[in-house]
Design a protein around this ligand. Sequence first.
Ligand code: ADP
Ligand code: ASP
Ligand code: MG
Length: 404
Amino acid sequence: MLIIQKYGGTSVGTPERIQNVARRVLATQAQGHQLVVVVSAMSGETNRLVDLAHQISSDPIGREYDQLVSTGEQVTIALLALAIQSQGGQACSFAGHQVHIRTDNAYSKARIKSIDGSVIQKELQQGRVVVIAGFQGMDPEGNITTLGRGGSDTTGVAVAAALKADACEIYTDVDGVYTTDPRICPEARRIPKVSYEAMLELASLGAKVLQIRSVEMAAKYKVPLWVKSSFNEGEGTLVTSEEKDMEKVAVAGVAFDKNEAKVAIRHLADKPGIASQIFNTIAEANINVDMIVQNVSAEGFTDLTFTIPKSDLKKALKAVEQQAQKLGADKVEADEHIAKVSIVGVGMKSHAGVAARMFSTLAERKINIQMISTSEIRVSVIVAEQDMEPAVKALHAAFELEKD
Ligand code: ADP
Ligand code: ASP
Ligand code: MG
């Protein structure tokens, strides 16, 4: 079989752990498999590089930012190849561009366009383990690009899709995808099998165990995706196409996200064209809006509230405050101390009353819901930041997610 293994930052966080990865890789190869290994930077390293950039520049973006933050992965590929060699194996390390991982030129959030597998295949045929830097690629002009935080997952899946690998295994510090983040809720339970659809929602709503794009790509190319621990031999979680037995449970998991901020524009005229002007301004500033709530109007005026990434708040306020003034609004308010809590499950399609149960669970704990949004397979609410953990725990218990 051809297997792609991706090891995250914690799994390659120290020289001992890199030796541990090398041992696992060689054990897999010894079972007769061909192996491509994608690695992240050592844990904390990408944050360190981002921090350095901010010490030098107030708004570090673009080519040089990607050039900088991509370097962490270059260290780990070489160290892992050396570790494999030191244990008697054969390995060769490659930066993204050396195995032709081609992307568009959207720095810091580049999308992989193609991977030419010929270099990798040649190495595999020589019996070598191929070690590839995650998170990075090259744009059409030859500049180094990066794929967004957590992007090594996407490199792993993209390589698996390009080589039509038999399996893609994401090794991390938890032994699978859980009903919620086990760091927040110790009762969280490993989900043995989850659909691409539910996993995509969980990832989009804040479960960072897999990068969103890696799940999108796995679904598109039908890559069988495993999430496993690099520290034990557990079974892990299989992310795969929806199957009959997955539909039984209404709620598969609880996700949360502290990275959004809320903006409210008070006392806006309630007439055609106002929302369009506000949100066009935000779109022009290249800011993604998530939830939007417009109150029922009273005497021709209304309030408009929406959420955006916290990191874009300053930029958003600058754009919106001018616009709101022009439109005669009373004021613009911002709140950074909010969190989004979501319940997710493909089974919701056929179960009634799931949202009602969520709201009554939060009401019992006296947790105030500030905003609500729903889709076929999820319900999300915005709550105060300090209510996030109690909300996650209460919902986990209310939907009996600790039970098999
Ligand atoms: P890596 O460095 O290996 O890519 P990440 O830190 O990106 O690892 O992702 C693993 C982390 O994701 C876990 O340590 C866990 O705290 C967090 N996490 C959030 N939600 C979930 C979930 N539903 N199941 C498992 N882990 C989760
Ligand atoms: N090293 C990058 C990050 O910290 C990519 C990854 O770990 O997947 O975001
Ligand atoms: Mg990750």
